[in-house]
Design a binder for this molecule. Structure first.
Ligand code: ARG
Length: 599
């Protein structure tokens, strides 16, 4: 479906041309003063300059030529008013808004179809690198944001008909693996270890290797050198290290899949740094041969500085002096691997912003080395930190990292309490299930409603509140609509365009400012998705559904929907419910947030 504002602009253009005005300036913009106008024409100043006329006079002329334009026999504007010093204030006709929305809600894709996509020139395919979990370590809160934001972007792309490839890019290589293997050997657990064993093994091994001055624990040098040896053997495909590692990988991935599933996050590929282990060596050799990488203090580096750099940009190290590869080498080889195996127009990395320099170096090196074709975009969505109440990165009480599982459980317990307070009639057996949906919605929404790049302070209580821009508030709006449907014995509502038009034409519906505002917002849903896409920012969608929910709740409080005795009015109210229900549900499916039946 074409965008309504686009359709209106086309009509305005026709009027300009017919009356001899330059059509370049024929478009309307959202008004900065919503109390005065919905939209405005603010280009009369440009026309006035060309025509050497007073802007207010031009505004009056323009007002008179667009006053009566119509679309399919429906007047476009309810009010057209020139205003000082040279604007035209516009109020869009409710009949037009409603008719358009009746088409939108009866369309399965809510109007975001082929026509709309091709009107907006979107790419065909995007590869997303997000999640970034590390093998043998449990998911911690630091992995929440990148997973949740990445998933939302993926679903947003899909919603806009952009094909996606989602790769978790596991941290499954390097010394951490050697450490785990050696610790498993020492504990005699090589035969049958489980994910719970791995969760204990990694912190133990890491403590042994690094030591802890505060606890008087010295680094275990012998253990360290064994871990290095093990890592090297792994890289050279030597047994039994290779098999042990494969088993660790298998167990970890199985567990990760479960944990991600709880968050409604899923990937097409569980590739990792190790996927490209055989590509790295020859790739670096090629860099050296072609002169792209040069020797510096025994290591090999690629210069990535640009003249316009304002901050320091150190060279990208691709091989250490002992011949070992680095994080950057695996990222570069991964780009090469992806280019060879997938056909996409853009790469989107949803990764902690503390890795910005690393990724910038890799992206530049990849371009210099010609690993990516042409001007393909490599984008880092630099994700900010989730801070604790003290404004510092979120930590557990003893200063350690907080496991995601712990966080979800804590939120769930609190949700249970809130739930019982809110609806005493919910069955005990349902509470567990619903509390989990609410807890995860609260955590995810709390995260997504902050722009990815922003740091934010985590507060379970705030996120779980049934008021404000929170997950529970949005869910509650939908549950409220569902319960109205139920009270009216409506089942699943499906608005019929002719019913809506008839109800409006009956003249009984009064389009008060609440309804008008809601309709105006509703026609913008497509734009909002596009804006979120362009800014790589799901919080745009959150803000929008929050406002729409607010509009709906005002509507709900001001109209007696269930007890309305006039059938035309009632049909129209149901249409309004349907609009909000469909849009908010659609948006939540993009944000990968489930909706409970009641709460
Ligand atoms: N595993 C890494 C970490 O936990 C994140 C990986 C991000 N993706 C990438 N292509 N470097 O820090």
């Amino acid at each position: 479906m074409k965008d309504l504002i686009k359709i209106i602009n086309e009509e305005i253009k026709k009027a300009y041309v017919a009356n001899g005005y330059d059509p370049t300036y024929a478009y309307i913009s959202v008004s900065g003063f919503p109390d005065l106008a919905d939209y405005q024409i603010n280009t009369c100043f440009n026309l006035a300059k060309i025509l050497k006329k007073n802007p207010l006079d031009v505004a009056s002329e323009i007002a008179s030529i667009i006053k009566d334009i119509s679309i399919d026999g429906i007047k476009v504007f309810e009010n057209v008013e020139p205003s000082k010093p040279g604007f035209v204030n516009l109020k869009i006709n409710n009949l037009l808004l409603s008719t358009y929305m009746s088409e939108v809600v009866t369309d399965e894709k809510l109007g975001i179809d082929k026509v709309y996509i091709s009107d907006n020139n979107l790419p065909k395919g995007i590869l997303l690198d997000y999640g970034g979990a590390n093998v043998a370590k449990p998911l911690h809160v630091g992995h929440l944001r990148v997973a949740v934001i990445g998933e939302a972007l993926k679903r947003l792309y899909n919603r806009l008909s952009i094909k996606t490839i989602a790769d978790v890019h596991l941290g499954d290589y390097g010394l951490q693996m050697g450490l785990v293997i050696e610790e498993l050997k020492d504990e005699g657990k090589l035969q049958d270890f489980t994910i719970s064993d791995l969760e204990i093994v990694y912190p133990k091994a890491s403590l042994r290797a690094k030591g802890d001055k505060t606890k008087g624990i010295e680094p275990d040098i012998e253990f360290n050198s064994r871990a290095h040896e093990s890592t090297k053997k792994l890289q050279d495909n030597i047994e039994p290290e290779l098999s042990i590692w494969k088993k660790i990988l298998e167990i970890s991935i199985e567990d990760l899949k479960k944990r991600y599933a709880e968050l409604n996050v899923s990937f097409d590929y569980y590739y990792g740094e190790s996927t490209v282990k055989d590509i790295m060596g020859p790739m670096v050799d090629d860099f050296i041969k072609s002169g792209i990488a040069y020797e510096s203090d025994g290591a090999y580096v690629i210069d990535v500085k640009e003249d316009t750099d304002k901050k320091e940009m150190p060279p990208c190290i691709v091989r250490k002096s002992d011949g070992a590869v680095l994080y950057a080498t695996s990222d570069l080889a991964t780009i090469k691997f992806r280019e060879e195996n997938f056909d996409v127009d853009e790469y989107v990395y949803v990764v902690d912003k503390r890795q910005s320099l690393h990724l910038e170096q890799c992206f530049r090196a990849a371009k210099i080395a010609g690993l990516v074709k042409g001007d393909k975009k490599l984008m880092h969505v630099a994700v900010g930190t989730m801070n604790g109440p003290d404004g510092k990165p979120f930590k557990s009480r003893d200063g350690g990292v907080v496991k995601l599982e712990t966080l979800i459980n804590e939120a769930k317990e609190k949700a249970k309490v809130a739930l019982k307070e809110n609806d005493r009639s919910i069955d005990e057996s349902d509470i567990e299930k619903i509390a989990k949906i609410i807890a995860i919605a609260a955590l995810k929404y709390g995260d997504l409603s902050n722009s990815p790049t922003r740091d934010y302070n985590f507060s379970i209580d705030k996120f779980l509140s049934f008021q404000g821009n929170t997950g529970p508030y949005i869910l509650y709006t939908l549950v409220r609509i569902k319960s109205i449907y139920e009270k009216m014995s409506l089942g699943n509502v499906s608005t019929k365009k002719d019913v809506v038009v008839r109800s409006i034409q009956s003249g009984k519906v009064s389009f008060d400012s609440v309804i008008h505002k809601l309709l105006l917002k509703a026609i913008r849903y497509k734009d909002i998705l596009l804006e979120a896409y362009k800014s790589y920012d799901p919080s745009v969608i959150c803000k929008y559904i929050y406002e729409l929910s607010n509009d709906f709740n005002s509507f709900y409080h001001e109209h007696s929907i269930i007890n309305e005795s006039d059938s035309e009015k009632k049909s129209f109210y149901i249409f309004i419910l349907d609009i909000v229900d469909k849009i908010v549900r659609d948006a939540l499916s993009i944000l990968a947030i489930d909706v409970p039946d009641r709460m």
